[in-house]
Ligand binder design. Structure first.
Ligand SMILES: [Zn+2]
Length: 114
């Protein structure tokens, strides 16, 4: 499962930050997850619960997910539009000279300690 791999990646990063800051227990991790990333938030939190509780550092730690809407940019008319609604084609001028501005991220945004 893809989400489990991401969870292990998050745990590794959080552990590193906790070690560097001599933190004994982390109570909350906030993630930014892009709307068009391949992550399914429900799977991610399920995997998190399972994996995090095995780590003393992360036992009972909450995973909060903040979804980032996907936005594309049109290089021909310089407008921004919702990627999920319109895909690759600009709704204003019909151009396909567009690219994703944001919405593909999988990032740790915040780590809260006890
Ligand atoms: Zn356009």
């Amino acid at each position: 499962m893809h989400e489990l791999g991401i969870v292990f990646y998050i745990i590794r990063d959080v552990k590193k930050v906790a070690e560097e800051n001599s933190v004994g227990h982390v109570s909350k991790v906030v993630m930014s997850i892009g709307e068009v990333s391949t992550i399914i938030p429900d799977y991610l939190t399920d995997c998190w619960r399972w994996a995090a509780d095995k780590e003393p550092l992360l036992k009972g730690c909450t995973l909060e997910i903040q979804q980032v809407p996907a936005v594309s940019y049109c290089g021909d008319c310089n407008s921004e539009f919702g990627t999920v609604d319109f895909g690759k084609k600009c709704p204003l001028c019909g151009s396909e000279n567009t690219w994703l501005l944001r919405g593909n991220e999988v990032e740790i945004k915040e780590i809260a300690c006890d």
